[in-house]
Design a protein around this ligand. Structure first.
Ligand SMILES: [Fe+2]
Length: 297
């Protein structure tokens, strides 16, 4: 249709930005959560997981604790050009001055005015899982995968973070937000929750055609005041998740909820408050089939 730009094609979720009043305490908590610091630029500290993203979390020192938005990788430079030309209050395309390079456009959510970032051309790093993360064959009561003389030995400490998996916010206008993100991007609902005859919550995945994708990368629900709900980071398996849970308990962090198994998404969850009262999740071991274009999800 003339005058209507095509959907901006998101390839994957990339990283999140948070500003902390007490950056020293925040920095320690991020390491206890399982991130590795890679570099500092001015007030920004960059943290990585062991996946291929050059970084997964940027902590900025500031006067308030604020959520600075999430970044998604787009498929092409043309997607960034469409974003810069058509999205609300979008910046021009500018260079990312961070490890991995690349270019970025930031726009502001049309409902609640929070920043949202799109990146392209970042150099991915090679996958580097720590050596203590084996893929195990488990024994079940009626199905055994016995490995003769093999043992499991774990090192106490944080759960190493693999990557950012999803984030969620509370929006003041569900309907408007749903319309914007599903019409301007390849976000597609895996689940929609309704109450009293109207939709109030959704879990969105990226429509990548026949490519299998995670159940959700972005969720939102309606409430009286905008806020970020949580950001969620993938860890290796239940053993590693449990070790990380114990490490955070031992260090005195505030547990929100977990470890448990979600209904929507089917992943194992473990929610914690960081010292700035931002909610952070470790997730792992999803058993739900991924979403495909032709599927009902
Ligand atoms: Fe989550």
């Amino acid at each position: 249709m003339p005058g209507v730009p095509r959907k901006i094609s998101l390839r994957r979720i990339a990283h999140v930005y948070y500003t902390h009043k007490d950056i020293k305490t925040a920095s320690q908590s991020l390491q206890d959560f399982g991130f590795e610091e890679i570099t500092r630029h001015g007030d920004d500290i960059y943290y990585k997981g062991y996946g291929t993203e050059p970084f997964s979390y940027i902590a900025t020192a500031g006067s308030e604790n604020t959520f600075g938005g999430t970044a998604f990788v787009v498929d092409s430079l043309e997607d960034l050009e469409i974003a810069a030309a058509t999205l609300p209050h979008a910046t021009e395309i500018h260079d990312l001055k961070a490890s991995g390079g690349g270019k970025r456009v930031t726009f502001w959510d049309p409902v609640d005015d929070f920043p949202f970032h799109l990146v392209y051309g970042q150099e991915e790093k090679s996958l580097a899982p720590p050596a203590q993360l084996p893929e195990l064959d488990y024994n079940y009561p009626t199905h055994k995968n016995r490995s003769v003389n093999k043992t499991q030995r774990f090192k106490q400490g944080p759960s190493p973070v693999h990557k950012l998996g999803h984030f969620g916010v509370c929006t003041t206008n569900y309907e408007k937000m749903f319309e914007f993100y599903t019409s301007r991007f390849n976000f597609k609902p895996s689940e929609i929750v309704h109450a009293d005859g109207r939709d109030i919550t959704t879990f969105l995945h990226l429509d990548r055609g026949m490519e299998q994708v995670d159940h959700h990368v972005f969720f939102f629900f309606e409430g009286p005041k905008f806020h970020v709900h949580h950001s969620s980071f993938e860890v290796h398996d239940f053993d590693i998740q449990s070790l990380g849970h114990q490490h955070l308990r031992d260090k005195g962090y505030e547990l929100v909820w977990g470890v448990g198994r979600h209904v929507m998404g089917s992943q194992l969850f473990d929610y914690w408050f960081d010292p700035s009262k931002f909610m952070m999740e470790h997730y792992g071991k999803s058993t739900l089939p991924a979403c495909l274009r032709w599927a009902s999800c």
